[in-house]
Ligand binder design. Structure first.
Ligand code: BDP
Length: 718
C-alpha cells in the first residue's frame, strides 16, 4: 500500500517537473513541487504533523487543502496526529479548541483580530516548537491555512512566524452578470459556470474549486445572477438550486446573494403593482424573504439595479431610491440580510452630463437609508472605462455605507484577449484623495469605513469567470480575480505586491521570470489607456458590444450612448468640458479637487479630456501639442504591447508549454488590436485636427472607411 502511494507521488512529482500540459484550471493554487531541495527540506523539517482541532466542515476543508498543498509542494504524504507526540506540529483550529497553554501565549494577537481574521504564530509548547494557525472562527482558520500555504508557494521563510491579519472590509463579493440561460452579460470566458438546468441535484466539481479559489483570497460572498435580473430566480424551483449552491459554499465562508428584479411582485407574485408603499407589495417581499431564509439561513441579501437602463424601480411609482431600498431592507433585516442598492443610474431625459447624475440623485439621500443598506457605486462616474477619475460620490455621503464596484471582466478593455493587470486600476482609485475631510481622505478610507466610522462596508467585483477551462478566458486575467479579492481584503495593498505573489503562486518563483513579467503586468494598464483612450478620453468603443474602436458612432437613440457625446471632437479641439464653463460636473468634488480639475494647468494630463475641451495645438507639459501628444500616446501604447510580446517570448524556459503558447497567442492578438485602435482613432480624429502624424508614429496601413466598415454581429457578452 505504502509502496503504491510513494510510486504515485513520484509520478506526480515527475509530471510537475517535466511540465506536462497545464490548462490553467488550478489557478493560483498550483502547489507545484518545490524543486529547490534545501528549501524543501527546511519546510519539511518544520512541518512534521498536521493537527486539526475540531471537526467542522470548514476544518475538514482546511485539512484537505493543507494535504493537497503540502503533498504537492513537499512531496510528502501528510497525515494527522495528536499534538503532543512530536515536535513541529502544525496546529490549526479556532480559539475554542485551543489548549489553554497555547491560547495564553496568543492573548495579545487575539485582541487584534476580528471574526474573520487569523493568527499564524511559531510558539513553544512543552519546550517544542510548533506552528499554530488560529482564529476566532473556523472560517478565520481556513483563511489562515491559505495564507500559510501561500508562504510556501512564494518560498517565504516559516522560521519565526507572527502573522496577524484581519479583513478590513466586511462584504467582499463577486457579482456574476450571469443569466438563467447560461449566457453571461459582458462575459468573455465561455458560458456561465452555474448549470441551472442540472441543479440542484448535480454538483459540478467547479463549484467546489470556485469556492476554494475564493476562500483562498478571502471573498466571502457571491451574487449569482445578473443585475439585469430575471424574477424567476426568486421562484421556488430556482431557490432550491440556489440552496444547493449555498450548501457547497458554506464551509468556505461564502454566502450567496441574489439580484432582485423590482417588479418581481408583479411578474411572479401576481400583484398589480410593485409600488414600495403598497401593503401587498411590502408583504410579498416579507414573505419572500422568509421563504428564502427558511431554505438558506445564512442568505446574504439582495443586489438591486433600479431605474437604470430600462430596469424597473421605485421611480416607476413616483417613489425614490430610499423608498425602494428601505422596503427591501425591512424585509431582510430581521434575518440579518443586507440590500446592495446600485448607484449606476442615468436618464435619457437629462441631456446635460451623464457623469453628474448618480451624485445628483443619491447624495441628497445621505442618512436616509436603513442600517442594512449599502449603496454600491462604480469606481468612476461613467462606466468602467480604462481610466476614469474617481466617482464624486466617494466621501460625499458620510452617513451612508458606500460599497465599491469594480469591473473585473473587461467589457471596455479589449475583452479577455487583452492581458491587462487591473489591480493597478483599482489601486489608483482606492488611493486617490477625495479631500472630503481634508488631505488624506482617500477613497479606500470611505470604503473600509474609517473615514466616517461606518461599520457596514463592502467591495464588489463584476466577475470575469466563465466555463472556459482556465476560468477567465486568459490565464493572465486570473490575476484580476485574485487581485480583486486581495484588495477587498485589504484595500491598501500595493498592486506590485499582488502581482508578485500571484506570479509566484501561478507560475514560478524564478527571479528571471517574476521580475520581467511583473514589470509588463504593471505597465499593462497604462498601455491599454494609451492605445484606447489617452489623456482622459472615454467611451469611444464601438457600440453595443464595446469591442474595438468606434469614435465615429453617432446614430444611437440615446445621446449618451454615442461615443461622439463623450469626445466632442471638432475643428477647435477635443474633450468634454465639465468645468464651471461647461457641465459643472467638477462641482461635485470637494473644493480642492474641483479647483484642481477646473484649472487646465493643474488638471492632471491623464484626465485632461475628461474635464476640458482642449484646442488641438494646446501645449502639453512635455512641449508637444495636444494632437502630437495624443498621436504619440497611441503609438506608445502599441510599443508597450510590443514589449509585452517580446518579453513573454523569452519566458519559455519557465512556463509549461500549454500556458506559454496560449498567452503568447493572446498577446499577439492584443498587439494586432492595439494597432487597430491606434490607426482607427488617429485617422478619425485627424479629420478634425487636420494635422499630420508626428515623427515616430507609424502610418496606418488601412483607411478610416475600412475601420468603420468592420462589424461584429456576434461579439460575445452583448
Ligand atoms: C454597463 C454594461 C451593461 C450593464 C451595466 C450595469 O454595458 O451591460 O448592465 O453596465 O452595470 O457597463 O448595470
Amino acid at each position: 500500500m505504502l509502496k503504491r502511494k510513494s510510486l504515485l507521488l513520484l509520478l506526480i512529482i515527475f509530471v510537475c517537473i517535466k511540465g506536462f500540459a497545464n490548462d490553467g484550471y488550478k489557478l493560483w493554487l498550483q502547489y507545484n513541487y518545490i524543486k529547490n531541495e534545501t528549501l524543501r527540506n527546511t519546510y519539511k523539517l518544520q512541518i512534521k504533523n498536521l493537527n486539526p482541532l475540531g471537526d467542522s466542515e470548514t476544518i475538514k476543508v482546511a485539512l484537505n487543502e493543507l494535504q493537497l498543498g503540502l503533498n504537492g509542494m513537499l512531496g510528502e504524504a501528510y497525515a494527522t496526529n495528536s499534538i503532543t507526540t512530536k515536535e513541529y506540529n502544525l496546529i490549526f483550529g479556532s480559539k475554542t479548541h485551543l489548549a489553554q497553554d497555547i491560547s495564553i501565549q496568543l492573548a495579545n494577537e487575539f485582541n487584534q483580530i476580528n471574526d474573520e481574521g487569523f493568527i499564524i504564530k511559531s510558539i513553544f509548547l512543552k519546550g517544542k516548537k510548533q506552528i499554530v494557525i488560529t482564529a476566532k472562527t473556523d472560517i478565520g482558520v481556513l483563511y489562515g491555512v491559505y495564507h500559510f500555504l501561500k508562504l510556501l508557494q512564494t518560498n517565504t521563510s516559516i522560521e519565526k512566524l507572527t502573522i496577524v491579519e484581519s479583513p478590513k472590509i466586511k462584504v467582499r463579493t463577486l457579482n456574476h452578470w450571469d443569466n438563467l440561460d447560461r449566457t453571461v452579460e459582458r462575459g468573455y470566458s465561455g458560458a456561465s459556470i452555474w448549470d441551472w438546468h442540472r441543479l440542484p441535484d448535480y454538483i459540478d466539481q467547479r463549484y467546489i474549486d470556485y469556492a476554494r479559489a475564493n476562500a483562498s483570497i478571502g471573498i466571502n460572498g457571491t451574487v449569482l445572477n445578473n443585475v439585469n435580473a430575471n424574477a424567476l430566480i426568486l421562484t421556488p424551483p430556482y431557490l432550491e438550486k440556489v440552496k444547493a449552491l449555498s450548501e457547497v459554499f458554506r464551509p468556505y465562508g461564502i454566502k450567496v446573494y441574489l439580484t432582485a428584479r423590482f417588479s418581481a411582485p408583479i411578474e411572479i407574485g401576481g400583484l398589480k403593482t410593485a409600488d414600495p408603499y403598497d401593503a401587498d407589495v411590502i408583504k410579498w417581499w416579507q414573505d419572500k424573504a422568509a421563504e428564502i431564509y427558511n431554505l438558506i439561513p445564512d442568505f446574504g441579501g439582495l443586489l438591486v439595479k433600479a431605474n437604470s437602463e430600462g430596469q424597473p424601480g421605485p421611480q416607476n411609482y413616483d417613489r425614490n431610491h430610499v423608498d425602494g431600498a428601505n422596503m427591501l431592507a425591512s424585509a431582510l433585516e430581521s434575518f440579518g440580510g443586507i440590500v446592495m442598492w446600485r448607484a449606476f443610474v442615468y436618464s435619457e431625459h437629462d441631456t446635460t452630463d451623464r457623469a453628474k447624475q448618480a451624485y445628483s440623485e443619491f447624495v441628497p439621500y445621505d442618512g436616509q437609508f436603513k442600517d442594512n443598506v449599502l449603496v454600491q457605486v462604480k469606481n468612476g462616474a461613467i462606466d468602467f472605462q480604462p481610466r476614469e477619475p474617481f466617482h464624486p460620490m466617494f466621501g460625499a455621503m458620510p452617513k451612508t455605507p458606500l460599497m465599491m464596484e469594480f469591473q473585473i471582466t473587461q467589457e471596455y478593455l479589449g475583452f479577455s484577449t487583452h492581458s491587462i493587470f487591473l489591480p493597478k486600476l483599482y489601486e489608483e482609485t482606492l488611493k486617490t484623495d477625495t479631500y472630503r475631510k481634508g488631505k488624506g481622505s482617500i477613497v479606500a478610507k470611505d470604503i473600509d469605513g474609517s473615514l466616517n466610522d461606518k461599520t457596514l462596508t463592502g467591495m464588489a467585483g463584476v466577475s470575469n469567470i466563465g466555463s472556459d477551462i482556465n476560468w477567465t478566458g486568459n490565464v493572465m486575467l486570473q490575476a484580476n480575480w485574485y487581485g480583486f479579492g486581495r484588495l477587498a481584503w485589504n484595500p491598501y495593498l500595493s498592486s506590485e505586491d499582488i502581482a508578485d505573489e500571484w506570479l509566484r503562486m501561478t507560475f514560478s518563483n524564478e527571479e528571471n521570470f517574476v521580475k520581467p513579467i511583473k514589470q509588463i503586468m504593471l505597465a499593462s494598464r497604462e498601455a491599454v489607456v494609451n492605445y484606447m483612450t489617452p489623456f482622459g478620453l472615454h467611451h469611444i468603443m464601438d457600440t453595443g458590444h464595446h469591442y474595438g474602436p468606434g469614435p465615429w458612432v453617432s446614430n444611437l437613440s440615446r445621446p449618451e450612448w454615442n461615443p461622439v457625446y463623450y469626445h466632442k471632437a471638432d475643428k477647435q479641439g477635443i474633450g468634454f468640458n465639465r468645468t464651471a464653463t461647461g457641465s459643472h460636473a467638477t462641482e461635485q468634488y470637494a473644493p480642492e479637487v474641483a479647483n484642481m480639475f477646473n484649472n487646465i494647468e493643474t488638471c492632471p494630463e491623464k484626465d485632461l479630456l475628461w474635464f476640458h475641451h482642449v484646442p488641438w495645438d494646446y501645449k502639453l507639459k512635455d512641449g508637444n501639442t495636444l494632437w502630437d501628444g495624443m498621436a504619440l500616446k497611441y503609438q506608445e501604447g502599441v510599443n508597450q504591447v510590443e514589449t509585452m510580446v517580446k518579453t513573454w517570448n523569452t519566458m519559455k524556459p519557465y512556463v509549461d508549454a500549454q500556458r506559454f503558447r496560449e498567452i503568447q497567442t493572446l498577446l499577439n492578438i492584443q498587439y494586432k488590436e492595439a494597432t487597430w485602435w491606434r490607426d482607427a482613432c488617429l485617422l478619425y480624429f485627424q479629420q478634425f485636427s487636420e494635422k499630420p502624424l508626428p515623427k515616430g508614429v507609424e502610418k496606418p496601413t488601412k483607411t478610416l472607411e475600412y475601420f468603420q466598415s468592420l462589424k461584429f454581429p456576434f461579439a460575445p457578452g452583448n
